[in-house]
Ligand binder design. Structure first.
Ligand code: SAM
Length: 292
């Protein structure tokens, strides 16, 4: 399609908004993309091809949805804002491979809707310019639901993208990095300037690509407990692992028991949480878990 006719231009976006008297709701994280190149880059980084099913979260007026529909077999888009439905009906009218579902992505029965809409065994990718106010709950819900998806490629706040993809011994590394990387291989694939949005957001943006792992990154005896240990180790970033864990277990274990557990897991007491790899956290969690 001719780029002038695309939804994602400043002129066409303004025309659509005016025609429907649409006003942006900040509370729904509504910052629409008005640049086709940016969208084509997102679709390219998502690895979408004509065999693929795509789940989009928050189609807005259809800027990204349109570019996805051109490359993918089928697109399933969840939009919470009812006011956008008649608009999407019109803007996406040239495409016959899109279904828009008017539901909150945090409440929708995604596995059931996926099963209904996509072909069995079809590779599925999540691709979205996410509403920034609920980035982490959306991504953690998708990851923890163990959905049959291959990857997630999302525009999010740059600072959050950096935290999700961070490696040990960096200032962005923390419990969020580990939670995301437990399920996926994470990479920041592009930084995006504010000028491609209408209205422009107050924060910087980046595109994060998450490739789903077949198996979690590390083997743990008790997942819930693993994440509890990870979170506890970062409660006071500047404090040692010994300090954070002693405080966390103060009602259950004395200091000597914590010291012995660290030794058994081969983790030096003076280290800080930010220096531990996922494997080291797994060792540590498994030792503590065995203490009962
Ligand atoms: N995809 C469009 C684009 O790139 O121009 C719009 C992206 S805008 C950043 C986020 C979209 O998510 C908005 O359309 C908003 O109404 C929608 N949204 C916000 N919260 C949502 C939720 N809980 N479930 C589904 N959609 C939501």
């Amino acid at each position: 399609m001719n780029q002038d006719k695309a939804i994602a231009t400043p002129k066409r976006t303004r025309e659509i908004l005016e025609k429907y008297g649409f006003y942006f709701k900040k509370s729904l994280g509504q910052n629409f993309i008005i640049d086709v190149n940016t969208l084509e880059n997102i679709v390219y980084n998502a690895g979408v091809d004509n065999q693929a099913g795509v789940i989009e979260i928050g189609p807005g007026i259809g800027a990204l949805t349109e570019q996805l529909a051109k490359k993918a077999d089928k697109v399933l888009a969840f939009e919470i804002d009812q006011r956008l439905l008649p608009i999407l009906d019109q803007t996406l009218q040239p495409y016959d491979n899109i279904r828009v579902v008017n539901q909150d992505i945090l409440k929708a029965d995604v596995p059931r809707i996926m099963e209904e809409y996509f072909d069995q065994g079809q590779p599925v990718h999540v691709v979205a310019n996410l509403p920034y106010y609920i980035t982490t709950p959306i991504l953690m819900n998708l990851l923890m639901a163990h959905l049959p998806i291959d990857s997630i490629t999302v525009m999010i706040q740059k600072e959050v993208a950096d935290r999700m993809a961070a490696e040990p011994n960096t200032k962005s590394y923390g419990s969020l990095s580990i939670a995301v990387q437990y399920y996926t291989e994470a990479k920041v694939v592009m930084d995006v300037p504010k000028t491609v949005f209408m209205p422009q957001p107050n924060v910087g943006s980046a595109v994060l690509h998450l490739a789903m792992r077949q198996q979690p990154a590390v083997q743990v005896d008790n997942e819930t407990f693993y994440f509890e240990i990870v979170r506890a180790s970062f409660v006071q970033r500047r404090k040692t692992i010994m300090n954070n864990l002693s405080r966390h277990f103060k009602d259950r274990l004395d200091k000597d028991a914590v010291r012995a557990a660290l030794e058994q897991a081969d983790i030096e007491m003076q280290r800080r949480g930010e220096s531990l790899t996922m494997e080291e956290f797994a060792r540590l969690a498994n030792v503590f878990n065995a203490l009962g």
